[in-house]
Design a protein around this ligand. Structure first.
Ligand code: NAD
Ligand code: MG
Length: 383
């Protein structure tokens, strides 16, 4: 069998780097043909020299010459700019695209890949939050598979193997609770970005680390789950599980529950998504029960962590509301990382945008683009 040809969007990020690690460990199964990054030219060059893809795209056009100068001697085609990302996806003969870009920027290239019949290994949850109906219906029409990389969704995906979706009563997404579990709103008001950037269990990019601290990440994941598994609002729940060993749970109509567990390590869901339907042997660290005596569960606190409540409201009403939440959150998180807004005020920005940007019940692609752009402007005004 020939190796699966992989495109990797966002190769210089946390998921991107771990994806390359997995591919390198299983080079007989996987071959990377495309690497892309936004800004980090140095790491992108280093990765390209190691992986030898057919093509490399750097979105920041100012870095084009730097990357091109090194890679042209190695017979690697270098392109720059957002459009180039889409060109590369449609011109290369890829089997699967790993979407490890962060934020709304993942939507267009993901749609491009689906149009070309390329399967998606999806880390970029924002794509499904913004336009889940469009993405999943296009994928269905083209016979494209979407394999989740997000650990909770990989867990549910694994629990559903051999099951019928109509037998699912509900799912529980597990949440670590983030670094501020148990804190009051008074305490949260004082949180700095340095504190918020320290996650207890996972080492991730800055945006998702802040989303994990505010619990917005779990809200985005609830919306992601709706579209991935075709669930309704009342079938999706969250339970706090601080040890991050159980990665999520499916409850069936006969009351049985299935959970997937293991050490918190994103390389496993990446490997599962790339290897599906096969399980691939790996040397990833094994859980030792001698070191894990307690697995505990708590109810989630949506009053203190308002972002989660706002995301669930968007999940309930759908339309373009999740797109509004996503754009407002991207602006709020960026402002928080620049010390321009406080930890709790991020929720005010999101709530403000939800009430001010017009609701569209059945949006089409152009509505999403417009909603995203209007919300970003509105969020800037509210800051
Ligand atoms: P990161 O910030 O570490 O990396 C982001 C990557 O995307 C970088 O390679 C960057 O160059 C690229 N990028 C950023 N903006 C871009 C743009 N506008 N155009 C093109 N490329 C751009 O992020 P991450 O932690 O690896 O997360 C990536 C995605 O995976 C996010 O959607 C996140 O929610 C999801 N995810 C991450 C983890 C994790 O453990 N890190 C877990 C689950 C899901
Ligand atoms: Mg997750």
């Amino acid at each position: 069998m020939s190796a699966k040809k992989i495109g990797l969007l966002g190769s210089t990020g946390s998921i991107g780097v771990q994806s390359i690690e997995i591919v390198n460990e299983h080079s007989e199964l996987f071959d990377i043909n495309l690497l892309t990054a936004n800004n980090n030219a140095e790491l992108l060059i280093q990765q390209a020299l190691e992986v030898q893809p057919e093509c490399v795209v750097i979105t920041n056009e100012d870095k084009f010459t730097l990357v091109q100068d090194v890679l042209k001697e190695k017979n690697i085609n270098v392109m720059a700019g957002e459009k180039a990302l889409e060109e590369a996806i449609s011109s290369l003969d890829l089997d699967v695209l790993v979407t490890a870009i962060v934020g709304y920027a993942g939507l267009k290239p993901t749609l491009k890949a689906i149009e070309g019949g390329i399967d998606i290994a999806l880390a970029n949850k924002e794509t499904l939050v913004v336009a889940g109906d469009l993405v999943t219906s296009n994928a269905k029409a083209k016979g494209v598979n979407i394999f989740p990389i997000d650990s909770e969704h990989s867990a549910i995906f694994q629990c559903l193997v051999g099951e019928k979706i109509e037998d699912v009563e509900k799912i529980y997404l597990t949440a670590s609770g983030g670094p501020f579990r148990g804190k009051s709103r008074e305490e949260l008001a004082q949180i700095t970005k340095e504190q918020a950037l320290k996650h207890p269990n996972w080492d991730m990019g800055a945006k998702i680390t802040i989303d994990s601290a505010t619990l917005m990440n779990k809200g985005l994941e609830a919306i992601e789950a709706k579209w991935l598994f075709d669930l309704s609002f009342n079938q999706i729940d969250v339970v706090v599980h601080p040890q991050s060993i159980i990665h999520s749970i499916v409850q069936f109509k006969d009351s049985s529950m299935k959970a997937q567990m293991g050490l918190p390590d994103m390389r496993l869901p990446i490997l599962y998504a790339l290897g599906y339907p096969d399980r691939i042997s790996s040397d990833l660290p094994r859980l030792d029960f001698a070191n894990h005596h307690n697995l505990t569960f708590e109810q989630v606190d949506k009053n203190t962590f308002r972002n989660l409540d706002l995301a669930f409201e968007a999940l309930k009403k759908c339309g373009n509301l999740p797109c509004i939440v996503n754009a407002a959150n991207e602006i709020a998180v960026d402002a928080f990382l620049k010390d321009k807004v406080g930890f709790l005020e991020m929720s005010d920005v999101i709530e403000g945008c939800m009430s001010k940007v017009s609701y569209i019940e059945k949006p089409v692609y152009d509505d999403y683009v417009e909603t995203d752009s209007l919300t970003r402007k509105m969020a800037q005004e509210l800051l």
